[in-house]
Design a protein around this ligand. Sequence first.
Ligand SMILES: Cc1ncc(C[n+]2csc(CCOP(=O)(O)OP(=O)(O)O)c2C)c(N)n1
Ligand SMILES: [Mg+2]
Length: 421
Amino acid sequence: MTAPRANLPPLSLHVPEPRFRPGDEADFSDVVVPPAGSGRRPDTAAAADSFHELAYGLVRVLDDMGHAVGPWDPRLDADAKRKMLRSMALTRAFDERMFRAQRQGKTSFYMKSTGEEAVSVAATMALASDDMCFPSYRQQGILITRGYPLVTMMNQIYSNRGDPLQGRQLPIMYSAKDHGFFSISGNLATQYPQAVGWAMASAAKGDSRIAATWCGEGSTAEGDFHSALTFATVYKAPVILNIVNNQWAISSFSGFAGAEATTFAARAIGYGIAGLRVDGNDALAVYAATQWAAERARTNQGPTLIEHFTYRAEGHSTSDDPTAYRSAGEPNAWPLGDPIRRLKDHLIATGEWDDARQQAMDLDLAEQVKAAQKEAEKNGILGHGMHQPFETMFEGVFEHMPWHLKEQSEQMMAERKAAGI
Ligand SMILES: Cc1ncc(C[n+]2csc(CCOP(=O)(O)OP(=O)(O)O)c2C)c(N)n1
Ligand SMILES: [Mg+2]
């Protein structure tokens, strides 16, 4: 090693450090939360470089009194808002039940979306039912909003006889082509280039369907994220690129993906893509932003990148213990509140809902989830025998099974027979 030059300061690296660790008091008073209704809503035909400030602001509709205000208010009727509330509450009830099922040993793994329900549910409501979604593992609200059977979701989680994926995917990594829900992959951010490619194909065929994709803020550090943005901007692909900034990537805080330097929505600017930063716990803002981005995509204005500023209120997965690395006070100190409570308060403030109806709804949803679980468990749970024929492990990859797989499958069956199993 050559000696450093004495007349220059030694170089050093900046290593990000989260602000609060276990035992610290969480204080988010310096997080800038602009008043609801304060940001402008450009025309959907406006050039992407004419509203850069929206990548640094925060689109918000619901104010502290529960009123919907400003140019982004999507002016939904009460029925649509009640459906939105119900789908978010159902997603939470489903998460609660499946989390417990994992703790009871009925499945090996589960991931909740607590606190982030608006990001999947409200966005799905703003899309057409045949638009194609390329989610990460934390947007189960898409399937729930589109009415996918809860029993089938649970069958997948239990990897049982009713699992349409025959136990070959990790629990919660659903795939539902007929519900416009692309197979979830454990490899972070692969869904981004896939969504852009699908959107490009849709346009190349002269179709009218658009694509939407979601990834976590941590996943934006993947190369796939950046190559997807390049393709999206070059070809003006009809795609909505969602970043769910829930502050954490397992135990790594958002600073490791670049959050100390700028916003995630600002990634859009370097690519010449329309960028919006949205209050992800405000279901009406998520709806409005998605509707705006969908209109841009449908009218060939190109892609929109939306950062949903939110907070992962619980652990990363059932394999995680967040008390080991973050302050226990963070979820409560988080300034944007809870998405379900905020929409509920809004509906009550406008006289379209009340506490008694909320309670009845929660009871009804809990019963619905419980009944679905009972049904799914008839098809088997973890550790209670083999739920799929052994040879299925070789099937489903190739349209016609190649000779070497046939050979391996036959060998396995012969060995099992010889061993008397
Ligand atoms: C390519 C790749 N690298 C690492 C992992 C391990 N891993 C799984 S989830 C995760 C954190 C992702 O965080 P984020 O993108 O913020 O999404 P969130 O879990 O917060 O929704 C990591 C590192 C992986 N699955 N794939
Ligand atoms: Mg995250």
